[in-house]
Design a protein around this ligand. Structure first.
Ligand code: SF4
Length: 374
């Protein structure tokens, strides 16, 4: 088993495509897929479409044709991440504990912090990443014999980077001692599967994701770009979802075109000091300043890839041009078209908290056994 993982795609990575085909070919197995937000604005590049065009519906169609039993959307678990992370943020603020809160969605960043800045590990959110949350929820759902219908469930995640292959093996993400995500593949591996199957993505009609895990809010969609997690948290803290308020949040500095964005947002009776950073070299600058007492923040979002997951090392590479801005704009466009833009207004999220997550939110959505992490 290859143990090399590279978030930037600079080294050759073990492919897990054969394992996916094997699972699909096994009649005793139910293969369920979960697709990360950033994948939908990158896969089209490999099929000659305009940079950053959203092709989620076509991907779903292709995956159904290839034999995946169900195809779900990680934007749903991105919504769950925000529900949990916003709650954690408010608790830490009220107790003035372990601030600034640092995000935990990006495994390359989490590992970097663990290895190089262990003094800040307590600051990192205990929330599992959207991949981890989605897989835990899916495995729980299919534990019910009525849902599994006698088949073993194999969860396949489609992710923008290879660091996610590392993350699925962290024992802190396991539920009841079991690995939740069975196989993680990158956008590029998915593209290879689509090609090997003989499909031309542009010829396929869009299809909707499957229910009951096929719908996320616009806030979940923008997780795929740097600043998206923070913007979704600010939406969650906002008192309503008026267009004016959503626009004000978008204009607060969170979308600024800088690797290190610093801004302040008013919340109730205080100002929240926020930093959004992408690129681990830039994260190092921020953490060193924090250590030296030169800066103070309440919330720090870190993504290892510059620009966020849209530029993950598992995304297709376009020689001679950088599709970062086009992919980011593509996610914002999709978000703008969503009727639900706040995680708490997603009816599937509401159903989950009333049902499966009623007594299990902490068990399924947060990390455990941190000492076994990485
Ligand atoms: Fe992976 Fe990069 Fe996204 Fe981190 S920022 S989760 S390394 S694609």
């Amino acid at each position: 088993q290859c143990r090399v993982y590279c978030p930037t795609g600079a080294i050759t990575i073990h492919s897990n495509v054969d394992e996916v085909w094997e699972a699909i070919g096994d009649p005793t197995v139910r293969v369920v897929a979960e697709i990360a937000p950033a994948v939908r604005v990158a896969v089209g590049d490999a099929f000659g479409m305009k940079d950053g065009v959203g092709v989620m519906g076509m991907i779903v169609n292709a995956m159904h044709r290839m034999g995946f039993d169900e195809v779900y959307d990680v934007t749903l678990s991105a919504d769950l991440t925000i529900m949990e992370e916003a709650q954690e943020f408010l608790e830490r603020l009220s107790e003035n504990r372990n601030l600034p809160l640092m995000t935990s969605c990006c495994p390359a960043w989490v590992k970097f912090c663990h290895d190089q800045y262990p003094e800040f590990e307590k600051n990192v959110s205990t929330c599992r990443s959207p991949q981890g949350m989605m897989s835990a929820v899916l495995k729980e759902y299919y534990r019910d014999p009525e849902n599994s219908q006698g088949k073993k469930t194999v969860v396949v995640s489609v992710m923008p980077c290879t660091a996610k292959k590392m993350e699925i093996r962290w024992k802190r993400n396991y539920t009841r001692g079991q690995q939740d995500t069975d196989i993680a593949i990158t956008s590029t591996e998915l593209i290879n599967m689509i090609r090997d199957f003989g499909l031309e993505l542009g010829d396929l009609d869009p299809e909707a994701c499957d229910m009951p895990f096929g719908l996320g809010s616009g806030g979940g969609v923008i997780f795929g770009t740097s600043g998206g997690v923070t913007e979704a948290v600010l939406r969650r803290l906002a008192p309503n979802h008026s267009k004016q308020l959503m626009d004000n949040i978008a204009d607060c500095g969170v979308r600024e075109k800088k690797w290190i964005r610093e801004f302040t947002v008013s919340y109730k009776d205080r100002d929240l000091r926020i930093c959004v950073v992408s690129g681990l070299g830039n994260a190092r600058i921020v953490l060193d300043r924090l250590k030296a007492g030169e800066v103070q923040y309440d919330l720090i979002e870190v993504m290892a890839c510059r620009g966020g997951c849209v530029m993950g090392g598992g995304q297709p590479v376009i020689l001679g041009r950088t599709p970062r801005d086009a992919r980011t704009a593509g996610l914002y466009r999709i978000d703008n078209n969503e009727s639900v833009r706040k995680c708490d207004e997603n009816p599937l999220v509401q159903n989950l908290y009333k049902g499966m997550l009623k007594d299990k939110a902490h068990e399924l959505l947060h990390v455990h056994a941190a000492e076994e992490t990485r």
